[in-house]
Design a protein around this ligand. Structure first.
Ligand SMILES: NC(=O)c1ccc[n+]([C@@H]2O[C@H](COP(=O)([O-])OP(=O)(O)OC[C@H]3O[C@@H](n4cnc5c(N)ncnc54)[C@H](O)[C@@H]3O)[C@@H](O)[C@H]2O)c1
Length: 258
């Protein structure tokens, strides 16, 4: 058996949102290493370009474009740019998100905050799925991976809105799997536990980390490569009969901020 071919993405075209840093960057790099042509998109074109340049320097294929996922025109441009650059879309990683830092005091946040976090964490992934699906169907290979969170199933203080946006993504995927299955498109989620990125660093203290590790059987926090590995699994032919699932990648434990 040739196990390498089960993870081979040669000729496939991947799009990643928020690909300029953290988990998104890790996804871009692993998908390119598996042979995919990758469109790295980010709020910051500079960061996206750095990631794309790094992939090209390593012998891979990548292009960068700016995309603020809060803007519908930019979402459309992202898919148009991908099709114009590489001919189609086969893999979509809905990674860009906000609110993971938690501390959403439910008595202080306002409706504008709730609308914004739903727009970035739920509406944008839904919109990109809709824009990408026809290309995936036409190409004969489609895999969508949403980055959700452990917070989608945890219950903890001051996480109600973030947690509910990620729970919405979980449920959206398990339902869209029915709508997309006959189109040859799979849709799955990866739910990171606490993973070392700039976003996590902004809220992590030694005390919080110690508490997290006390509840983590694999006694360390996550690295970007841990999450990217799960994304590669869902993006690849090896998971050809897997759809509508959410895989928590969390060292076997629960890491909360409190
Ligand atoms: N790091 C964790 O511990 C953790 C845990 C659970 C879930 N997540 C999820 O993983 C995803 C990535 O988080 P991260 O920790 O890698 O974050 P990060 O802050 O390290 O990187 C996020 C990237 O997204 C970009 N970005 C921000 N707003 C954007 C927008 N509106 N449009 C496009 N790009 C935008 C940023 O420029 C940055 O490059 C998020 O959906 C987050 O909710 C992270």
């Amino acid at each position: 058996m040739n196990t390498e071919s089960l993870f081979d993405l040669t000729g496939k075209v991947a799009v990643v949102t928020g690909g300029g840093d953290g988990i998104g960057r890790g996804c871009c790099e692993i998908l390119a290493a598996a042979g995919a042509k990758v469109v790295v998109s980010d709020l910051s074109l500079e960061k996206a370009q750095l990631v794309a340049d790094g992939i090209v320097a390593d012998g891979g294929t990548a292009a960068a474009t700016v995309c603020n996922v809060l803007n519908s025109d930019e979402l459309k441009h992202l898919i148009d740019f991908t099709v114009a650059t590489y001919g189609t879309v086969n893999i979509l990683v809905n990674n860009a998100g906000m609110g993971g830092g938690g501390r959403e005091n439910p008595f202080k946040i306002d409706r504008a905050y709730v609308e914004r976090i739903y727009a970035i964490n739920v509406f944008a992934p839904w919109e990109l799925c809709k824009l990408a699906a026809p290309h995936m169907q036409e190409s004969g290979y489609g895999s969508i991976v949403n980055i959700t969170s452990m917070s989608s199933i945890n219950n903890s203080p001051a996480m109600a809105i973030y947690g509910s946006t990620k729970a919405a993504l979980n449920h959206m995927a398990s339902n869209l799997a029915f709508d997309y299955g006959s189109m040859g498109i799979r849709i799955n989620n990866v739910g990171p536990g606490a993973t070392r990125t700039h976003a996590l660093a902004s809220v992590l203290t030694p005390e919080i980390e110690a508490k997290m590790l006390a509840h983590t059987p694999i006694h360390r926090l996550g690295e970007v490569s841990d999450i990217a590995g799960a994304v590669l699994y869902f993006a690849s032919p090896i998971s050809a009969w897997v759809s509508g699932q959410t895989l928590m990648v969390n060292g076997g434990g629960v890491q909360t901020l409190d």
